[in-house]
Ligand binder design. Structure first.
Ligand code: URA
Length: 200
């Protein structure tokens, strides 16, 4: 069994938080075990809880289109969340839930060893850019131990606000060049394209 499958089994047995008791399915994350890029969102929503897969609702469909704009798809990256169970009624994750779930995310990062970690929204941003405001730092990076941390708006927020939608599309297009700075880019397809041809 691969280290990630083994980890997923352990995550599925975790009931540290109350919300684990009401979940339909745990949502550990998915993608390539050797992914160069890891996207970290917030928490599963209704669709994700039903399917046990990250970003499969409307925000996820937008994320798929953003990935396509840089010639990637979800099989070539890894997509995870700060917490692995759906918060009741889609409320924000609680500090204790983030803390309880942190070892799972840490272990995912340890196994995948991505060259780039893209934070989607405030909760994952807080981990790598503490005290910063997303409106100020989205589209910017921090580099540590040869890993690039890149902050982006959450696709769900961008779905509802045109200005954020443009910002997230533009920020996504920066990823291939940033990744090239820290090593081999596995993607060799056509140049990144603006997303305007797709309507959300
Ligand atoms: N929003 C998230 O942050 N994660 C998901 O998996 C879905 C929606």
């Amino acid at each position: 069994m691969s280290p990630l499958s083994e980890l997923n089994q352990q995550i599925a047995q975790c009931f540290k938080c109350e919300i684990a008791k009401s979940r339909c399915k745990v949502v550990p994350g998915e993608g390539a075990e050797d992914a160069d890029i890891m996207f970290i969102g917030e928490a599963p929503g209704w669709h994700e809880d039903q399917q046990g897969r990250p970003f499969v609702g409307p925000a996820g469909q937008f994320l798929d289109r953003l990935l396509a704009s840089i010639n990637l798809d979800r099989t070539r990256v890894f997509i995870a969340n700060v917490i692995k169970c759906r918060p009741t009624a889609n409320r924000d994750p609680l500090p204790t839930e983030i803390q309880n779930c942190r070892p799972w995310l840490d272990r995912q990062i340890e196994i995948i060893r991505p060259r780039m970690i893209v934070t989607l929204g405030r909760y994952s941003m807080a981990r790598y850019f503490p005290g910063k405001s997303i409106s100020k730092i989205h589209g910017t990076t921090r580099k540590q131990d040869n890993v690039i941390y890149f902050a982006m708006y959450h696709p769900a927020a961008a779905l509802h606000q045109q200005s954020l939608k443009q910002a997230i599309e533009t920020d996504m297009l920066k990823i291939p060049a940033l990744l090239a700075e820290v090593g081999t880019v596995k993607e060799t397809g056509p140049q990144p394209q603006q997303l305007n041809m797709f309507e959300v």
